[in-house]
Design a protein around this ligand. Structure first.
Ligand SMILES: [Zn+2]
Length: 60
């Protein structure tokens, strides 16, 4: 089963209420804040290794 993870803060998503699309992929977020961050700079969050690095201080 596929695990849905917020690409911004890497939290596991239980309810897929907040979604955004980028490059034909659908992403889900724990909060509007995370979605806003993602929409502002999706590339930052979709390059996973780098994103993981950058985001340790940047959660909700
Ligand atoms: Zn989040």
């Amino acid at each position: 089963m596929e695990m849905t993870v917020d690409p911004v803060c890497r939290m596991k998503i239980k309810e897929r209420k907040i979604a955004s699309e980028h490059d034909g992929m659908k992403y889900y977020f724990c909060s509007d804040e995370c979605k806003t961050s993602f929409d502002a700079n999706p590339g930052k969050y979709t390059r996973s290794e780098e994103a993981h690095h950058n985001l340790e201080h940047n959660c909700c």
